[in-house]
Every structure is written in C-alpha cells, then in structure tokens.
Ligand binder design. Structure first.
Ligand code: ZN
Length: 138
C-alpha cells in the first residue's frame, strides 16, 4: 500500500508538442507497484492546453475543480466540463483539453498501466509552452 499525501508529489511540466501551461502529478504510477492502472492529476493553468492526441488505450477523467474545454478534433466539437463532471475517452478517440484566459482546472486522470510502446500520437507540431509557476495559478 502507498498513501500519497496532498502536495507530496511535485508537478512535472507537460512537455509534449502543443502543451501549454500544463502540469501533471503522477500520484500512483508503475514504480509504486501499480501494474494495471495509474492515476495522475493534471492541472491546466490559465490559457492552458493539453494538445490534441489519441492513443490505443482508454482513459477516465474527473474534473476536480475549474472549467475545462474538451476538444474532439475529428468531430469538430468542443464540450465544456465543470467541476464534478466525468469523461470516458475510448481508445483511438482524438481529444484535447484547454482552459480560457481566466480559467484553470484540475483533472484526475486514470489510464491503464500496460500500454503499447508508442504511448500517444500527438496532432500538434507546436513546441510546449509553460509560463505560469504553479504558485501563481492558485
Ligand atoms: Zn489522452
């Protein structure tokens, strides 16, 4: 068993192509012995982006706080998610998340620990951008 206390896991800056003002805390991960599911807490700061991508595994997302826009590029659709909303993203579904200039959001994300070697296909060629220290965003 492992108990992770609030604030114990330092956030990592998300450095994937097109990511902006995004961090992730890997709360429960494979080095902890999780061999089926991992759990991560994503934070998008103001004007943040988790870039469009897809992968051959599903994940489940719960909006802990804030307002999050779920973008579905291949459906040309944007859905607004609020605190307490949940989303199931099936394998192969294109998805991205973003926040507006005056929004930020925390989203708990579950994903399988056993993944194919190529984890995600990113649909953005922009470099990642991070310009908001976590302390200033809260
Ligand atoms: Zn994803």
């Amino acid at each position: 068993m492992k108990i992770v206390r609030s604030g114990e896991i330092a956030p990592d800056i998300v450095r994937e192509p097109g990511a902006k003002n995004a961090t992730v805390q890997r709360l429960i991960d494979t080095p902890d012995g999780a061999d089926r599911f991992v759990m991560s807490l994503f934070e998008l700061g103001r004007d943040g982006t988790s870039p469009p991508h897809y992968h051959d595994w599903e994940h489940e997302i719960y909006v802990v706080s804030g307002t999050l826009r779920l973008e579905l590029p291949d459906r040309n659709e944007v859905v607004t998610l609020k605190q307490g909303d949940s989303v199931f993203i099936a394998r192969g579904e294109q998805h991205a998340f973003s926040t507006a200039e005056d929004e930020s959001a925390l989203a708990l994300t579950m994903a399988p620990a056993e993944r194919p070697p190529i984890r995600s296909v990113f649909l953005s060629e922009k470099p990642y951008q991070y310009d908001q220290p976590a302390a200033e965003r809260r």
